[in-house]
Design a binder for this molecule. Sequence first.
Ligand code: FAD
Length: 109
Amino acid sequence: GKISTPLLTKEELGRSTWTLLHTVAAQMAILSRLYPCKECADHFKDVLKANPVQVGSQAELSQWLCHVHNVVNRSLGKRIFPCQRVNARWGKLDCADHSCDLQANSNLN
Ligand code: FAD
């Protein structure tokens, strides 16, 4: 039979990995070095060389990661994120008025 290959685009991989990294940075100081997009990893190596990781505190790590993400954003022609809002975006994962509750969906079981 056919072998089905799992499809993961560079965009999906990047979006998911940034989410992991920002969530980890907001909550504890762990960074992984493994990244399966070679072009991205090679570029990011240079970004890290120019911007050594700063982990003096959780706040410092979050600001550092926001900065290096912005370096990547700039190189890809993407918009720059305002780093003073990094905790609002990634910090407390608490949602007002149950807005993050899963919704009932009669089509899914
Ligand atoms: P993403 O950049 O994935 O961001 C996700 C969300 O994070 C955004 O919607 C926004 O809410 C928030 N955000 C954005 N910027 C910041 C910030 N500075 N601080 C905090 N939050 C922010 N792609 C390539 O084509 N070439 C590369 O060389 C490359 N290198 C990469 C290196 C690394 C380490 C990673 C993790 C990804 C790399 N990517 C690269 C993928 C690329 O950065 C994006 O993830 C991908 O293009 C999807 O972009 P996006 O617009 O969905 O937003």
